[in-house]
Structures are given as C-alpha cells and as structure tokens.
Write a protein that binds this ligand. Sequence first.
Ligand SMILES: C[S@@+](CC[C@H](N)C(=O)[O-])C[C@H]1O[C@@H](n2cnc3c(N)ncnc32)[C@H](O)[C@@H]1O
Length: 367
Amino acid sequence: MIIPIKPWLELAESSEGLKGSAFERGMVASGLCLAADVEREELIRDGSISWNANTGMGITDRMEFYHEPIMGAEILSYLQPIGGKQIFDGTLGGGGHTEMFLREGAHVIGCDQDGAAIDHATSRLASYEDQFLSVRGNFSEMDSLLKGIGVDAVDGILLDLGVSSRQLDDISRGFSFRGEAELDMRMDDRATLTARELVNEWSEEELVRIFRDYGEERRAVRAAKAIVSARKEKPIETTADLVEVVGRAIPKTGPKNPATRVFQAIRIAVNRELEVLEAALEESLKVLAPGGVLAVITFHSLEDRMVKQFMHRRSNPFIDRPEWPEPRENPEYSFTQPSRRAIFPSEEEVAQNPRARSAKLRVAIRV
Ligand SMILES: C[S@@+](CC[C@H](N)C(=O)[O-])C[C@H]1O[C@@H](n2cnc3c(N)ncnc32)[C@H](O)[C@@H]1O
C-alpha cells in the first residue's frame, strides 16, 4: 500500500481549514527553533547537557526541550522511522520522540490535546518545515484527525501516555502537590471537568472507586471520607487544600507524599485517561497501514493491562475452546507481536531518567 506523503501540503494550499492552525504557525516559527539550536550548543559547551549518540537527543534537567525521550532507542528500532514513512505521534508533548523520528527522515504528524504543548513543539520543530505537522486533538480521535488533514493511513503510531514533565512542573496547571494552585489537572483546557469540580461534587462512592482503581490507594475509603467531610465546611479549592485534607486522613509512612496516589487517580479521572486509551487502541486498527507498527508506553498497571489484552486478543490467528472440535479463525486477528511480553527500559536509562522507572513498552504490527 502506498501512503501519500504530505497530503496536508496540498490541503494547506487549497483550503481555508488550516489557516491559523498549528500548521501555519509552524511555517512561520522557524526563527524560534534556530534560537533553540543556538541555546542547545551553548548548553552542550558548558556541560549542562550531554548528548546521546543513539537517539541524537540531549539529556538535561535544566532544559526540558531536550529531555531524553523514554525508551528512545527501543522505539526507533521498532518504528524504523526512515524517509518515506509517515508516523502519528499521538502524544507530542515536548516533541522529543517526534524529533527522533524527524532526524531519521520520517514525516510526522504530532498530536496533543494540550494547546501549550502544541505551541511549544511547533516552535521547536519548525526547522523541519513540511516534514512535520502538529494537530491539536485527542488521540482517541486519531482517525478523524488524520482524515481531516488528508491522511488515510500511517506506518507507525506512538502513544507515550500520561502527563509530561512540562505539565507537572507548571504549578499553575494543578497537577502537582509541590506548590499551591487551583485544582485543575486538565491536559486539555477546553474540557469542562476540572479536578476542583470532581473533588467537590463527586460522591464518596465515586471517589473511593477512582482512588482504588486509578490510584491503587489502599486507604481509599479514608481519603474519600476526609474529602467529603472537609468540603462540607468549605470547598476544597487548591492543591495545597487537598494535600492537607488527604494528609490528615492518611499518615505519612514513607518518603512519598501521602497524597501522591490520590492526585494520580484524580488526574486519570479528569482526563478520562483509560476511556480514551481504549478508544485509541480501537482507532489504531483503522489508521495503521499493513505492516504499520503500534507502540504504546504505559506507566500504570491499569493502562498496561488494557494494552496487553488488546494486543494479545488480536495477535492469535486462531482461537480454541475445549468444547470446539478444532481451532477456529480469530475474527479479531489484526496484529503480530515481535514480543508478547512488555519491554522495559534499560537499567542505564532508569539511572539517567527516573521517569523511565515504571515505563513499559508494548508493540504490535498490523497484519
Ligand atoms: C509523556 S508526554 C509525551 C512526551 C513526548 N513523547 C516527548 O518525547 O516529548 C504526554 C503528552 O501527551 C499528551 N496527551 C496525553 N493524553 C493525550 C490524549 N488522550 N490525546 C492527546 N494528547 C494526549 C499530554 O498532553 C502530554 O503533552
């Protein structure tokens, strides 16, 4: 199957639809990227960043632009993003993985639901010009997002799930308990549900469910009861308020803040992270060309289980049941898997990048 490369160029020329879009901004922002290149050179020279020869990316905690993409070498080896291929990066974030693909020669459509991430990555990657296009949207709608820019199929999909360090570090977004901010936690600021609404309006039972299921918090009931009782006095408005309420209910036993799991659970619920992942996996079947690769990096056992089951269920050509005289064709067969097991980051990567510690990569190839 031949995939048309850069159909968005013809679209941009012919349509008003992309006017003012990230595409157009990307075209005019190349000066910003040059400035970033100069800054990178200075950082390498003064030793603030080091260079990884495998991925061509810099490692620094001073400059998040050049953070090392998680499992970069493994992702490159599975996606093989050479010239002539077209990759959908559903979690553009800081553009780390996307830049790796661009360096190898692939065309990349980078999607993110966070407008700030889109703006940042579009500026950063502007020097790749028509090799790169950014699209703001939810990866669960990848089929319609791609069709909207004239792309029917892609050779690779990457989903590097969760929030970016940039989102976590921006205290005003309310993802982190390290500073005081309004309870927000939306990756997409156009969404209506905020953490504030969830914490102040959801029932005790719903809070228990998400703390247990999404946070794997053993003391879910205590945390939920404390929240419901505190909000009767006055609304829980800020991250600091929530940390205090949860801290009173769950005593600190280790180095972690007792509110860690509650924050994670609320973030997953606010952004409907499991629902959109489930939808995205189904969508991948529509947009991957034969031989196309689906790569998903998860950081949480619920996400990983969902990805594992989705891939396993579709990677057996035949299914068998004890009551059947012989195996039957699997109507869902759509992938092969280079490995049925999850792939883990190397010890070296985990030592360099603590965020990689809980990462798991699963890969499937469209038949
Ligand atoms: C872990 S970061 C990705 C980092 C990126 N791979 C890099 O190397 O810079 C995850 C990004 O995906 C975005 N994201 C998470 N869920 C999303 C979804 N359902 N649709 C679109 N973007 C999503 C977040 O806003 C965030 O910017």
